[in-house]
Design a protein around this ligand. Structure first.
Ligand code: SAM
Length: 213
């Protein structure tokens, strides 16, 4: 995601009450952090937060955590949260590679991956968020029967992601190669920033939902 470097974004994030600054200290205690026993769902690579905020608005009985690597991007979500505070959202600036440092086994109910960076070179395959290396990390933090929902317009990345789930201990629940034309799967679809941009260019959206077994 390209954005102008926003001066002071780290400082603004440091001051935000919506950002959890030392998430490793909350490992195993996320429900305490939210002050309820509601399920916790994660979006990894949340960008500017449109998807996460809309889900949080629609589902006040679910807690949401957004993870984003870059402070310049996260800042956009922080600014939106300042204008429209949602008690069931927390934000974390971090690389998802270290996700098992901040969540305990079974602490997470569902993970969303939306329009993840493709990392097209083979030698970077392990950096792709739906890679087997990341699936192994998600497996550690998801509860039994927990799910991953992944969508992208990038066909190469999606084919790769499908191959990664074969023989991997995940059950494929639903799949489509044209989400917006799929009667069943588009029902509760919440558009992301990238989804709006690429679908308006005519790109079909691939999506799968897989479950931990
Ligand atoms: N999900 C948003 C959407 O669909 O509009 C943003 C998509 S953008 C292509 C991918 C986002 O994932 C970027 O903001 C990027 O910084 C973030 N990202 C990529 N790899 C990440 C990682 N390992 N940990 C956390 N965030 C990551």
């Amino acid at each position: 995601m390209r954005l102008r470097n926003v001066t002071g974004s780290r400082e603004m994030i440091a001051e935000s009450e919506y950002v959890v600054h030392e998430p490793e200290l909350i490992k195993g205690k996320w429900q305490e952090e939210f002050g309820n026993e509601n399920p916790i769902r994660l979006e990894i690579g949340m960008g500017k937060g449109r998807f996460l905020m809309e889900l949080a608005r629609r589902n006040p009985q679910i807690n949401y955590i957004g993870i984003e690597k870059y402070s310049t991007v996260l800042l956009r979500a922080v600014q939106k949260m300042e204008q429209d505070p949602l008690p069931n959202i927390r934000l974390i600036r971090m690389d998802a590679e270290y996700i098992t440092d901040i969540f305990s086994e079974g602490e997470i109910d569902r993970i969303y991956l939306n329009f993840s960076d493709p990392w097209p070179k083979d030698r970077h395959a392990a950096r792709r968020l739906p890679s087997r290396q990341f699936l192994a990390r998600y497996d550690q933090i998801l509860k039994k029967d927990g799910m991953i929902e992944f969508k992208t317009d990038n066909t190469e990345l999606f084919v790769f992601a499908e191959e990664e789930i074969e023989d991997s201990g995940w059950k494929l629940l639903q799949i489509t190669h044209d989400l917006h034309a799929d009667e069943e799967m588009r029902k509760d679809n919440v558009m992301t920033e990238y989804e709006e941009r690429f679908s308006s260019m005519g790109n079909p959206i691939h999506k799968y939902i897989i479950q931990k077994i």
